[in-house]
Design a protein around this ligand. Structure first.
Ligand SMILES: Nc1ncnc2c1ncn2[C@@H]1O[C@H](COP(=O)(O)OP(=O)(O)OP(=O)(O)O)[C@@H](O)[C@H]1O
Length: 238
């Protein structure tokens, strides 16, 4: 089943064409990797899908419903959530309180016990249950990245867009993050679109990879196909 469909998205910032006629689709339970050098348009694509930036043209559909023009909050309630490259937890609140805010953002109608259950479930899913009362600002970078994912889960998202969730992590933390993301997909049927400069992790996790260059798709395929693509090697690795 197709969950997300991006149709012919173009996004201009003044004279800059950040995205030029980009289309993609993501099936339920799939992990799509987005690859591209700095400035290729990856973050802009996340912003357009999540409603943080209006496309110049084109449309985004989720479960067949048009999202284009909806606010980020409405899009979140439809089931799409993104994380940001630079993590910004509410540092003075506890880990659990941060996740609670996200749960209420995702579904106003949730009541006491339901909120508590959703928070507990999201924290357990990312391995932060033991740190629920820690101040978010006191978490390690790896912990803060996990908190971002827990917040996305707590909104009730079915599709999560992860922006460089491995950046700054050491190899052990990256391996643990790979395990967490794989089990979220396996156990909860979650769907991911991931932007990642840690190429080994992107290759391991993704079912398919789409490569952007100066706002345009230059390749898409399995990680193996992308790994052998000469044009990708030239523009990405120089
Ligand atoms: N708000 C904005 N105003 C003007 N130009 C922007 C804006 N956001 C992005 N751009 C430009 O759009 C292009 C694509 O940027 P984008 O951040 O989407 O790339 P990226 O692939 O995410 O890069 P990185 O890997 O460095 O995060 C760049 O040329 C960037 O300078």
């Amino acid at each position: 089943m197709t969950l997300l469909e991006v149709r012919h998205i173009t996004k201009r910032f003044g004279g800059i064409v950040a995205l030029n006629d980009v289309s993609l689709s993501v099936a339920k339970g799939e992990i799509l990797g987005l690859m591209g050098a700095n400035g290729a348009g990856k973050t802009t694509l996340f912003s357009v899908i999540a409603g943080h930036a209006a496309p110049t043209s084109g449309e985004v559909l989720f479960k067949g419903q048009r999202l284009t023009g909806l606010s980020p909050a409405r899009i979140c309630r439809q089931g799409i959530c993104r994380t940001f490259q630079i993590v910004r937890p509410m540092a003075g609140l506890s880990v659990a309180e941060n996740v609670r805010v996200a749960a209420l953002y995702g579904a106003h109608a949730l009541r006491g016990a339901q909120v508590g259950a959703r928070v507990a479930e999201a924290l357990a899913a990312v391995g932060l249950a033991d740190q629920r009362d820690t101040l978010a600002g006191a978490l390690t970078l790896s912990g803060q990245k996990r908190l971002e994912i827990a917040r996305a889960l707590a909104t009730g998202a079915e599709l999560v867009m992860l922006d460089e969730v491995m950046a700054g992590l050491n190899p052990t933390e990256i391996a643990a993050m790979l395990d967490t993301l794989s089990s979220l997909r396996r156990d909860r049927g979650l769907t991911f679109v991931i932007v990642e400069h840690v190429i080994g992790a992107l290759m391991t996790l993704s079912d398919r990879i789409l490569v952007l260059h100066h706002g345009e798709e230059i390749a898409s395929g399995t990680p193996q196909e992308i790994g052998r693509n000469a044009q990708v090697a030239e523009v990405y690795f120089g």
